[in-house]
Design a protein around this ligand. Structure first.
Ligand code: PAF
Length: 283
């Protein structure tokens, strides 16, 4: 099978999208930062079920990294990514450089309220501005009918939905279930930073979240259950816990027992920060 078309300029991307539009084809997009794993490939599969053409972007977006974060060390492996996308059947891969996305003089920032407040924002205050800015640009550049985002980055998914609603961006946002290893560890490009011993600790994150969600669903007090989860994570070997929080699943406002809920967490293993989340069944 021949591989996807690879373009690195907005002009070439737009020209191909125009051709597909003229043919009346439906287009789905999967925005990524590369270092693709089975989780990303599951997003491509969903995109291919939804549309006749699948566009994947690979762009390590500097705007969503704070100066202290891992922008330079973030894994970049384009040849491997293109091979995985060829196998998966993606039609086009957009690989812009930083100057293509943020040319000299670029001075705009998109800032989403609502679900972006708290959780990640308490620890990465400019993260969602960076995500919202690049996602808005990608949607305007590729003009997809729909786009697929993983539930692994649950707050990001809620923020992108809010962004599209608020700005009338005509893109249907599809949330895709988290892909996990056989021990429950959520697939993440940052798992590549972990050694075998750390991976064994990392796998406890999902176990502890599932136990805590079950306790909440069974009537446990919110603050007590999330404090217990924090203690359990530290006891399991995590160095630091940024948050364990129960939230209402759509707005990410305070959790209510009569609404669908989500339990979200971020914790550090050495210098690697992991996030995960699970559903809290409603009463
Ligand atoms: O989830 C990611 O990989 C990134 O945050 C995204 C959505 C591609 C924006 O850079």
């Amino acid at each position: 099978m021949s591989g996807p078309i690879v373009v690195d300029s907005v002009a070439a991307l737009s020209a191909q999208i125009r051709d597909w539009r003229r043919e009346g084809l439906k287009i789905a997009m999967v925005p990524t930062m590369g270092a693709l794993h089975d989780g990303h490939i599951s997003l491509v599969r969903i995109a291919l079920e939804q549309a006749e053409r699948c566009v994947v972007s690979i762009f390590v977006n500097p705007a969503q990294f704070a100066p202290t974060e891992d922008l330079d060390k973030y894994p970049r492996q384009l040849a491997h990514d293109l091979e995985r996308l060829r196998e998966a059947g993606a039609h086009l891969v957009f690989t812009p450089g930083v100057a293509e996305m943020y040319p000299a003089g670029f001075a705009t920032r998109i800032s989403v309220g609502g679900p972006s407040s708290g959780l990640e924002t308490d620890f990465r205050p400019t993260f969602f501005d960076g995500v919202a800015t690049v996602v808005t640009k990608l949607f305007l550049q590729a003009a997809p009918d729909c786009a697929v985002f993983g539930e692994k980055d649950y707050q990001q998914l809620c923020v992108v939905r809010q962004l599209c609603r608020d700005l009338d961006l005509p893109v249907e946002i599809i949330g895709a279930p988290t892909v996990r290893d056989p021990h429950g560890l959520a697939m993440s490009s940052r798992n590549a930073y972990l050694g075998e011993a750390e991976l064994n600790v990392a796998r406890k994150l999902n176990v502890i979240l599932r136990q805590t969600a079950a306790a909440l669903a069974a009537g446990a007090d919110d603050a007590g259950a999330t404090d217990n989860a924090t203690e359990a994570l530290l006891g399991a070997g995590f160095r630091k816990v940024d948050y364990v929080a129960a939230r209402e699943a759509v707005t990410l406002g305070p959790w209510r027992r009569d609404r669908e809920g989500r339990l979200l967490a971020a914790a550090w293993l050495g210098t690697t920060r992991l996030i995960d989340n699970v559903e809290i069944p409603s009463a």
